[in-house]
Design a protein around this ligand. Structure first.
Ligand code: PEP
Ligand code: MG
Length: 599
C-alpha cells in the first residue's frame, strides 16, 4: 500500500473520483467580549433569533433529506432540532449572558463546551453521536451569530469530495446531490448520522481517516472507495482506470446478485449454506425477507428498551417475536437476549458509570443479576416458541455457568407457564455467542452444553486484539482477519463439529464476500448477515466450491498478518469466480499482483 493511500472505515459503499474540498467544520474563533448591562437583553434576543433562524435552516435540510433520502433519514434532523431547542441548555446560555454580560455567541460557546466536556469521556456510541449533533448545531448557531453565513462556503461548482474533521449530517444535503461525489472525515463511525445519510443517498464515504485534513488539501484529486474504506491521493491514470473498472464490475455483480435472489445458496460442489439475516430493528424484517433470508440468525432485542422510558412487557416482546416468526415461516428465529451495557445505554435501566464499560457489567452478566427483567424476556421467548421455531442466544458468554444458569431459569419459567395454563414451549434450543477469547478457547465445553454456537466476530475481534470497536483512530487495527482471530474462528468451528453442534457466524464479517468465503472454508455452514448484504453473499456461495474455500482458508491461516491473509483470500476468491480484474494494492507475498473480487 503506497503512502498516498489512507485507510479508514468504509461507511457507504461505492467509488468516487474527484477533487477534494476541505470543509471547515470546527468552531470558529469566538472573540471574548462583554456587553454593557443595557445591552444584555438585546443579546438574549439575538440568541433567540439565531436559534429560530437555524431551526428554519434545519427544517429546510430535513425536507431536502426527505426528498433525497427518505422519511427515516430525514428524522436525523429532528435530533438536531431537539438539541437546538433544548430548554435547559438555552436557559443556561441566557443565564450566562445575563450574569456575565457575555455576547450571545460567547455564552453559547461556553455552554456547548461545558456539555461537550461532560460527554467527552463517554464510551457510549449513542452519546458520541449526540455529541456530533451538538457540535453541528453549535457551529451553525455560532456562525450565524458571527454573521459567517453558511457552514461550507458555496463555490462548489463541480462534483467534489468533501473532506472534514467531522461531518454533520446536514453537510450531505446542503448541496445539490450531484455536487457531492464522496465524503471523507477524520471522525465518525458506521453508525454516525452522517454515515447513515450518506449510505441512503448512495454517496461513497470513508470515515475515521486519521490525519485526513492534514494530508488532503483542497484541489487534491482523490479516489474514495467506500466499500473498502480506502482513500487514494493524487492517483495515477492507471489507478483511476482500475477504480473505474472495479466500480463497473461491482455494479454488475450487484445486479447479478439481485437477479439471483431467489436461487438457493449452494456451493458448486453441492454444499447447502444457510444464509440468515441480522435484524436489529423491525424495519429490517421486510428487507431480510425480500433478500431471501432463511430466517433470522441474530435478532437483536435492545431496541425494545433503548429510547423507551419503561421496560417492555412480556406481551409486547412475545408479539414482536411472533411477528418476526410469521415473516419467515418454517425458518429459525435466533433471539439474542438483552445485550445491554457497553455502548448500549437504555434509559429505563440505570447502569452505573464504569471506567471500562466494555469490560464491565454488560449482556448476560446484567441479565443474570437482574433476573426479573431476564425472566420476562425468557417467558416471552417460550410463548413465541409455541408458534415459531424460536431459539435463544446468549451474548458475551465467558463461563459455562452462564449457559447453565440460563437453562435453569428457562426450565423454571416453562414450568410456571405450564402451571398457569399459558400456551408456551417447554424449552427452546439454547446457544452461546462466542464473542470473547474465553468462550472461543472453551468452545469444546460450551458446545457440549449448548444446542448451537454463533460467533460474534465484532466483539471477538475487539476482545482478542484489545481494540475498541468504536474507536475511529484504531480502525485499521480492527480486523477479524488478524491471524489470532482466524485461529479462534477455526478452533470454534472444529469444536462445534466435534460435538456435532451447528456453528454460525453473525458478526459483520459474514456480510463481506471475501470473509464469508473464508468462513465457508473454515467449516461454517450458517452465516447471518446484514439484510442489504444477503444477495451478494448468496451469489458468492453459488460461485465457489467448498474445496476452493477450504484451501483458501488454510493458506490464510498460515499468513503472518491480516493484510497478507486478506490478499490471499482476495486472490483465491477472484480465481474461484474467474474475475480478471487487477486490484493495484492487493499483492501476493511474492509481489505478484492479484486479481481481485470487488470487495
Ligand atoms: C458481535 O459482537 O459480533 C455481534 C454480532 O454482536 P453486536 O455487534 O450486537 O455486539
Ligand atoms: Mg457482540
Amino acid at each position: 500500500m503506497s503512502d498516498r493511500t489512507l485507510r479508514g472505515i468504509g461507511v457507504s459503499p461505492g467509488i468516487a473520483i474527484g477533487p477534494a474540498v476541505a470543509v471547515q467544520t470546527t468552531l470558529p474563533e469566538v472573540p471574548h467580549r462583554v456587553v454593557p448591562r443595557t445591552q444584555v437583553e438585546k443579546e438574549v434576543r439575538r440568541l433567540r433569533a439565531a436559534v429560530r433562524d437555524v431551526k428554519r435552516h434545519l427544517e429546510m435540510l430535513r425536507e431536502r433529506a426527505e426528498a433525497q433520502a427518505g422519511a427515516d433519514e430525514a428524522r436525523i434532523f429532528d435530533a438536531q432540532i431537539l438539541m437546538l431547542e433544548d430548554r435547559q441548555f438555552l436557559g443556561s446560555v441566557e443565564a450566562l449572558i445575563r450574569k456575565n454580560h457575555l455576547t450571545a455567541e460567547k455564552a453559547y460557546e461556553y455552554q456547548a463546551l461545558e456539555v461537550r466536556d461532560a460527554w467527552a469521556a463517554t464510551t457510549s456510541t449513542r452519546l458520541k453521536e449526540r455529541l456530533a449533533d451538538l457540535n453541528g448545531v453549535t457551529i451553525q448557531v455560532v456562525r450565524h451569530l458571527l454573521h459567517r453565513g453558511d457552514l461550507v462556503a458555496a463555490g462548489i461548482t463541480a462534483p467534489s469530495i468533501l473532506v472534514a474533521h467531522e461531518l454533520a449530517p446536514g453537510v450531505t444535503v446542503q448541496f445539490e446531490r450531484d455536487r457531492v461525489a464522496g465524503l471523507v472525515s477524520e471522525e465518525g463511525t458506521r453508525t454516525s448520522h452522517a454515515a447513515i445519510l450518506a449510505h441512503s443517498m448512495g454517496i461513497p464515504a470513508v470515515m475515521g481517516v486519521a490525519g485526513a485534513l492534514e494530508r488532503i488539501g483542497t484541489g487534491t484529486t482523490l479516489i474514495v472507495d467506500g466499500t473498502r474504506g480506502v482513500v487514494i491521493l493524487d492517483p495515477t491514470g492507471e489507478e483511476v482506470a482500475a477504480a473505474r473498472a472495479l466500480d463497473v464490475r461491482r455494479k454488475q455483480i450487484a445486479r447479478q446478485a439481485e437477479e439471483g435472489a431467489g436461487l438457493p445458496a449452494v456451493t458448486t460442489d453441492g454444499v447447502q449454506i444457510k444464509v440468515r439475516g441480522n435484524v436489529d430493528l423491525p424495519e429490517e424484517i421486510a428487507a431480510a425477507r425480500e433478500h431471501g433470508a432463511e430466517g433470522v440468525g441474530l435478532l437483536r432485542t435492545e431496541f425494545l428498551i433503548t429510547g423507551h422510558t419503561s421496560l417492555p412487557t412480556e406481551d409486547e416482546q412475545e408479539a414482536y417475536f411472533r411477528r418476526v416468526g410469521q415473516a419467515f415461516p418454517g425458518h429459525p428465529i435466533v433471539i439474542r437476549t438483552y445485550d445491554l451495557g457497553g455502548d448500549k445505554f437504555p434509559a429505563p435501566f440505570r447502569a452505573p458509570p464504569e471506567a471500562n464499560p466494555f469490560l464491565g457489567w454488560r449482556a448476560i452478566r446484567v441479565c443474570l443479576d437482574q433476573p426479573e427483567m431476564f425472566r420476562v424476556q425468557i417467558r416471552a421467548i417460550l410463548r413465541a416458541a409455541a408458534h415459531a421455531p424460536v431459539h435463544l442466544m446468549i451474548p458475551l458468554v465467558t463461563r459455562l455457568g452462564e449457559v447453565e444458569a440460563t437453562r435453569e431459569i428457562m426450565a423454571e419459567e416453562a414450568e410456571g407457564l405450564r402451571r398457569r395454563g399459558v400456551v408456551a414451549a417447554s424449552s427452546v434450543p439454547v446457544g452461546a455467542m462466542v464473542e470473547t477469547p474465553a468462550a472461543a478457547v472453551m468452545a469444546d465445553r460450551l458446545a457440549e452444553i449448548c444446542d448451537f454456537l454463533s460467533v460474534g466476530t465484532n466483539d471477538l475481534t475487539q476482545y482478542t486484539l484489545a481494540v475498541d470497536r468504536s474507536n475511529a483512530r484504531l480502525a485499521d487495527r480492527f480486523t477479524p482477519h488478524d491471524p489470532s482471530v482466524l485461529r479462534l474462528l477455526k478452533l470454534v468451528a472444529e469444536a462445534a463439529r466435534a460435538a456435532g453442534k451447528p456453528a454460525s457466524v453473525c458478526g459483520e464479517m459474514a456480510s463481506e464476500p471475501i470473509s464469508a468465503f473464508l468462513l465457508l472454508g473454515l467449516g461454517y455452514e450458517t452465516l447471518s448477515v446484514a439484510p442489504p448484504a444477503l444477495p451478494l453473499i448468496r451469489w458468492m456461495v453459488r460461485q465457489v466450491s467448498r474445496e476452493q474455500a477450504m484451501s483458501a482458508a488454510t493458506a490464510a491461516l498460515a499468513a503472518r498478518s491480516a493484510t497478507l491473509a486478506l490478499d490471499i483470500l482476495r486472490y483465491a476468491l477472484a480465481e474461484a469466480v474467474d474475475l480478471k480484474l487487477i486490484d493495484p494494492d492487493a499483492r501476493l507475498p511474492g509481489g505478484r499482483p492479484s486479481a481481485s473480487l470487488p470487495s
